[in-house]
Every structure is written in C-alpha cells, then in structure tokens.
Unconditional design. Structure first.
Length: 159
C-alpha cells in the first residue's frame, strides 16, 4: 500500500522484494488470489448448473447475436467453458477456440500473480510482454471478422 496525497490509501503494484514469512503474511498475500479463484469456481458452478448447450436454458444468450445477428468474439464462451469442464475439448474448441486459449493465458497470469505476491517480486507472465496488447487486439479483431464470414470454410465458425 502507498499513501497518495492527503492520506488516501491505494493499492501499489510495487512488491516489497522480500518473500512472505509467517502464516499471517501468507494469508494476507493469498487473500486476493483466493478471492479471484473463488469467483472463478462460482462462475464454473453456474455454467455447469445452467447448461448453456441446451436452448432455452436459464443462462442468457449473447446480446449482440440476439439483437444484431452477428457473432461477437465471446459468443460460445459459456458453451466452451461447459464443454471444457466436461472434458470435451473438441466441442470446447468448436464453440470458441480463442476463448479456450485465453482461458489458459488467464490461468497463467493468475498463477504468476499469486507467486509474485508470495515471493515479494514480480514474476513475468504474458501480460508483461510489450507486444501482448497489440497481439491481443489483432487476434480479437480477426476472430470477430472471420467468425461472421458467410462462406466456407469460415461459416463453420458461426455458433
């Protein structure tokens, strides 16, 4: 934590440089990653319970697909997660291959963040590479366009 201006506390990206020692400091370092992990588990539980592969279920349909008839880059993400949680990797890749890869990148980032908090110094992940934002923007844009092309072989990407 650092002080900003008139005593207002804000989170700092700086690490102490010292590894965590003791149970209390370990718990303090692990609290935010554990909260994020708990949120991820909750999302997975809702997706498993809601079964987005069944039409008319309790989970909402993508608004861009419903309103405009186009498939956004995230369309099929819940069905991809549902299929991946059931071990059906082929179906997961069919529903949304880019989200499948992004899921692994997010797990890598979360592990690096957790280890950084425990070690007291930054651990590099894909987020620290200079080219990451541009690469993400290009992949995101290309995925958006090719999923909506109405001719073979791209029409197979429409879900």
């Amino acid at each position: 934590m650092t002080l900003i201006g008139s005593g207002v506390r804000a989170l700092s990206a700086d690490y102490s440089g010292h590894p965590v020692r003791g149970a209390r400091d370990t718990l303090r370092a692990l609290a935010p990653p554990l909260a994020v992990a708990a949120g991820g588990v909750a999302v997975c539980a809702v997706v498993l319970a809601g079964d987005p592969t069944t039409p008319g279920g309790p989970l909402p349909v993508c608004p861009s697909k419903t309103l405009f008839g186009i498939v956004c880059p995230g369309c099929g993400g819940m069905r991809m997660l549902y299929s991946a949680l059931h071990g059906d990797i082929g179906a997961a890749l069919h529903y949304n291959a880019v989200s499948f890869v992004i899921g692994f990148l997010l797990v890598w980032s979360a592990v690096a963040w957790t280890v950084s908090r425990l070690r007291g110094r930054r651990v590099r992940s894909w987020l620290h590479y200079r080219w990451a934002p541009l690469a993400f923007a290009v992949v995101f844009s290309v995925w958006f366009v090719i999923r909506n092309l109405p001719f073979a072989p791209f029409d197979a990407l429409y879900v």
